[in-house]
Design a protein around this ligand. Structure first.
Ligand SMILES: [Mn+2]
Length: 614
């Protein structure tokens, strides 16, 4: 009786322990097998370890030489939640290389030449889009391209897990072949797991092929592709906002409608955002010839800048930035501004940062607005030199601008100046006298945004992000420079220095003072330059002409001293003074031996002459 009781008890104990162990096994198994995909049940503890390893891997790959600095930033990023959660990332594989089709024109990005007998027709078709439509139509939608990347880019390792992206393409009356070659180049050359969808936004096109035909065609594509339409012509900004509203991917990638993405274009963009969500990344924008559709690689040594008119301009990358990258041409390049057509941005960050200024019309200025906003409000703007996307650059815009091009562009740029540029807005208005009469509209919302995001000043931007800017950080004077000698043969009238709209390396001119700004606007800077936009007065010999030369900021032939008392402008290197020639018909100033009694050597800088800012 006693013995059997013990036996039953032992059996119960054995059974219970095995049950417990069995349950433990099941739990462990569930935990591991599900978490391998990253989407399993209760993966959190497991996740964070993986994320950390992943991020560490990423740091090592991208920035070996700056590990220490980066790891500090990395700590900060975790606090700022500037990185993605493990479950938000996708495991990816590179896309297959698009093979060359030897029988097809334009393969490997080669030029397509139209036979002379078709030249007349070609020219007719050219007018439709301001590019060689006949050549474009001859080229396969799937054409092959050369791998234009630097060797260092081809062997670069990117994180195994990246956020996915939706591609947003806005178009207005785009040609079928260029639009769909853009779409196919995205499909063919993006890792499938990272390509969530393609969103096409039609900004009230009139052409028939962009209506039902396009909708039917996108149905057949291997990647979900949607067409949304603005009801009436809304412009790039509002059309992009419409596209962005439908984005389901983690990242928004904006592309123009006549692009070709090359091998490995997407991974470098997404990996920078994976590293820091507040990074906005652009590819290198290569050139697709508007004449032949040849694919021409652009320089990786240029970055985005702007001039006093607030036009976006490409300039040579400053040595300062080359040094920061330790001379590594494959390392991400911090750019002061972006061209604006092609870039990737984290979706949440896009909205957090204030999306776009909806008070802007049609086109223009939005790229500078976003560039200033990104930098001044704590983000980073980069060009990834390992990502190449070709774009058809045109000489002339084929688009119509309801209300006139210049009025819209001036309106948009004025909004940029008013909201973001503080006192440097004066450069814009001085250079564009017409801008003062164009209504800016209500900018209070954008100013509020700037306050809410605690954005830094434009001075901070010029000091830290763009010291090479054509807008001087410190200057004594901004305005016209008048000669005191007002006696001309016919009448009493002042002469002013005038660039006459000439380019770098040409002579500076003189003209009657018109007081309307523009070509007669000069700044006298703390660095003793006399500058107008991105050019400076420059003289290389006492006899030689006084030229306008791209400002180099290195002193030398571009240093002038202005004496407020004698009103003389002295060229430091030659010790000669800027002089209005005695002959009134000579339309350019010369250098002459300084003579305090010579009225032709007296120059008046009229308005307040004092340190601005600082
Ligand atoms: Mn374009």
């Amino acid at each position: 009786m006693f013995r059997s009781k013990i036996r039953i008890h032992t059996c119960q104990v054995i059974l219970l322990t095995s049950l417990v162990w069995f349950l433990v096994d099941v739990i462990v198994l569930m935990f591991y097998s599900d978490c391998i995909n990253g989407s399993g049940w209760n993966c959190q503890g497991f996740d964070s370890a993986r994320v950390k390893r992943q991020q560490h891997l990423l740091l090592v790959n991208e920035n070996e030489q700056r590990t220490e600095e980066i790891s500090q930033q990395y700590q900060q990023h975790i606090i700022d939640t500037r990185t993605f959660k493990f479950g938000e990332l996708k495991l990816w594989r590179p896309a297959k290389v698009v093979r060359e089709n030897k029988d097809s024109p334009g393969e490997m990005g080669k030029a397509v030449h139209i036979p002379t007998e078709q030249e007349a027709m070609q020219q007719e078709l050219f007018k439709l889009n301001q590019f060689n439509l006949m050549a474009s139509d001859m080229i396969s939608l799937n054409r092959s391209l050369k791998d234009v990347r630097l060797v260092g880019c081809k062997i670069k390792k990117y994180p195994k897990l990246l956020p996915d992206t939706s591609i947003v393409i806005v178009f207005h009356n785009e040609a079928w072949s260029t639009l769909l070659r853009t779409v196919w180049s995205v499909i063919n050359r993006s890792p499938r797991a990272l390509l969530k969808e393609i969103i096409l936004v039609d900004d009230a096109s009139e052409r028939n092929h962009l209506k039902q035909d396009l909708e039917d065609y996108v149905e057949t594509l291997p990647v979900p592709t949607y067409v949304y339409r603005t009801e009436k012509r809304s412009g790039l900004i509002r059309a992009r906002l419409l596209g962005a509203k439908h984005v389901k991917g983690k990242v928004i990638t904006f592309l123009d409608a006549h692009c070709e993405c090359t091998e490995g274009w997407l991974e470098p963009l997404l990996s920078r955002i994976a590293y820091d969500k507040k990074t906005v990344v652009c590819p290198i924008i290569d050139v697709i010839s508007d004449e032949t559709f040849e694919y021409i690689t652009a320089s990786d040594m240029t970055w985005g800048g702007f001039n006093w008119k607030l036009n976006f301009r490409w300039y040579r990358v400053a040595q300062r930035e080359m040094n920061r990258r330790n001379g590594d041409r494959t390392a991400p390049l911090r750019t002061p501004t972006m061209a604006g057509g092609l870039f990737s941005i984290d979706k949440d960050y896009f909205y957090e940062l204030g999306a776009y200024d909806e008070g802007m019309d049609i086109w223009g200025g939005e790229n500078l607005e976003m560039s200033f906003r990104v930098w001044q409000c704590g983000g980073i703007l980069e060009i990834s030199p390992c990502s190449h996307v070709g774009h058809v650059f045109r000489d002339k815009s084929p688009y119509t601008f309801p209300g006139g091009v210049s009025k819209i562009v001036l309106h948009n740029a004025a909004r940029v100046a008013e909201v973001w540029m503080d006192e440097w807005r004066d450069f814009y208005y001085a250079m564009n006298p017409g801008a003062r009469s164009v209504p800016v509209g209500d900018v209070s919302e954008r100013i509020k945004l700037r306050e809410q995001l605690k954005c830094k000043s434009f001075r901070w931007y010029l000091e830290n992000i763009y010291p090479e800017s054509p807008m001087p950080l410190d200057y004594y004077y901004l305005g016209d420079i008048r000669n005191a000698d007002s006696h001309t043969s016919e009448k009493v009238q002042n002469h002013c220095l005038d660039t006459m709209g000439r380019r770098t390396n040409e002579n500076v001119g003189m003209n009657y003072c018109h007081g309307l700004g523009g070509n007669q606007i000069f700044a006298y800077t703390k660095r003793q330059q006399i500058m107008s936009d991105d050019v400076c007065l420059d003289a290389s010999s006492p006899e030689g002409p006084v030229k306008i030369v791209r400002c180099h900021g290195m002193g030398g032939n571009q240093v002038w001293t202005y004496n407020e008392k004698t009103k003389m402008i002295k060229h430091v290197n030659t010790k000669y003074c800027l002089t209005k020639p005695r002959l009134n018909d000579t339309p350019q100033p010369i250098l002459a031996q300084c003579d305090t009694t010579a009225i032709e050597q007296k120059w008046i800088m009229q308005s307040k002459f004092k340190w601005q800012a600082s």
